[in-house]
Design a protein around this ligand. Structure first.
Ligand code: 0O2
Length: 221
């Protein structure tokens, strides 16, 4: 009987983790399609880089403890919503919202929650757009609707967040004040860079449009 139980649990656990692997794969494919098609139609790619991961069982258990959840698969499935995680880096802030919109309007993606840390940055300076979505995974005998977290940010925001993340863990979650101040200043500088880059990008786009219009006029006369 014990062996039977272990076998059952093993199958269920592997199936549980598989659903998240499939969710990441499904979302990655959706993002690749957007990248390729957008490039073809608009001759421009709003997505610079994509990273994805399935949270490790160790990290899931840590979060279970932190959130004081009972150790049951349905509870984990309902309360830990970032087991499947996708991070998208865009070149410009406006692209972040374009990409978010292109994904959330897809029929099989249900938007559950938006955390806009770009409009409302965290006190430490953290900026990013987080979407909690739900997507169906079609298994052989059932459909699992699983949560996934999509983080969308600029390259500058991502650069900042990865450094802050490293420092946060290096100092065991208690960053000294001078470093915190330094990071806040760096977040401000990253924001300035984002604004400058977007301004230049818009100027170039306007020039390109004017050029196209001019050659169009020249062709027609
Ligand atoms: P890790 O180590 O990256 O996996 P939740 O705990 O997810 O239920 P919460 O904390 O409200 O609820 O979620 P939120 O604010 O959307 O943050 C989720 C993730 O965003 C974090 O995952 C980080 O990856 C990232 N994040 C949020 N705040 C910060 C920040 O101040 N600095 C950095 N560098 N990243 C941040 P985890 O699981 O907390 O951590």
């Amino acid at each position: 009987i014990e062996m039977e139980k272990i076998k059952y649990w093993r199958t269920e656990l592997v199936r549980f983790m598989m659903a998240y692997k499939f969710a990441v794969e499904e979302l990655s494919t959706k993002i690749s399609i957007l990248q390729e098609e957008f490039q073809h139609i608009h001759d421009y790619n709003p997505i610079e880089h994509v990273k994805s991961r399935v949270k490790s069982p160790e990290s899931i258990l840590k979060k279970v403890q932190k959130k004081k959840l009972p150790l049951s698969l349905p509870m984990i499935q309902e309360n830990i919503r970032d087991i499947a995680g996708i991070r998208i880096n865009c070149s410009f802030v406006t692209d972040i919202y374009k990409v978010a919109n292109m994904l959330t309007k897809q029929q099989d993606i249900t938007l559950i929650e938006t955390k806009d840390y770009i409009k409302n940055p965290k006190p430490n300076g953290y900026k990013s757009l987080h979407l909690i979505v739900k997507i169906p995974i079609f298994m052989s005998d059932r459909v699992e609707n699983v949560y996934a977290e999509i983080q969308i940010r600029t390259i500058a925001m991502d650069f900042w967040a990865s450094l802050e993340h490293k420092i946060y863990y290096k100092y065991n979650k208690a960053i000294p004040k001078e470093l915190r101040d330094g990071l806040k200043e760096a977040a401000f500088t990253a924001n300035e860079l984002d604004e400058k880059m977007e301004r230049i990008h818009n100027e170039v786009s306007e020039l390109k449009e004017a050029d196209q219009l001019n050659s169009h006029i020249e062709e027609s006369i």
